[in-house]
Design a protein around this ligand. Sequence first.
Ligand code: PGA
Length: 251
Amino acid sequence: MSDRKNIIVGNWKMNLTPAEATAFAEELKSKLGSLPDNTEAGVCPTLLALTPVIEALKDTPVKVGAQAGYPEPTGAFTGQVSMEMIAGAGADYCLIGHSEQRQYFGETDASVNARTKAALKAGLTPIVCIGELLEERESGVMEEVLKRQIKEGLGGVEISSAGDLIVAYEPVWAIGTGKTATPDMAQEAHAFCRKILCEVFGELANGITIQYGGSAKPENAGELMAQEDINGLLVGGASLKVDSFLAIVKA
Ligand code: PGA
């Protein structure tokens, strides 16, 4: 479907202090020029840098997101930041279900589901991450894993347009390893994810942007994005330098 938006988002993870993140945003603003047609770009800094980065990018089309958010709007949840607070700070997106959250911080398909509903309620665009481990791919259960992550993570989630939600397919073995899925492998997984998304959201799913993530960089962005069902990239390491991030956005 040609009207799917191409969405490139940088996930800075636990990198860049508030001062570094703000300097990045200012440099990005000065070098940005115009975005290619039908393209959206965004960055997800540490929460501590959310406000200064939003401020620095406010006159640009670049969107800003958080890397995690708690599903309850307020309350006795020491250490947590709610989706309402993130939206109130002026952010656009929230990453949900990233494999590092699943691996280190107990994220489950059920918590993905609660966070996604809360993000939508708060007016954020959730970027819901799914993806298989290497042993799951090698033992032939990749489709089963992706299907479970989509059905349990997104079941009962209500969207009114395809643009309300972004899905990121990130094979865990490709994240931060320099091993990118080949464009064919990624396309095959994306087409499968879209089929399952159609079972959850019906026709609307044809318009949902499915990003690829896992060692995306300027050298492979073009061939990945040339695939029919790859309509964006979630970029970790290669998003930490303005020139490399911009090269991916313009690829
Ligand atoms: P990477 O990370 O680009 O460094 O592999 C991607 C991600 O974790 O979103």
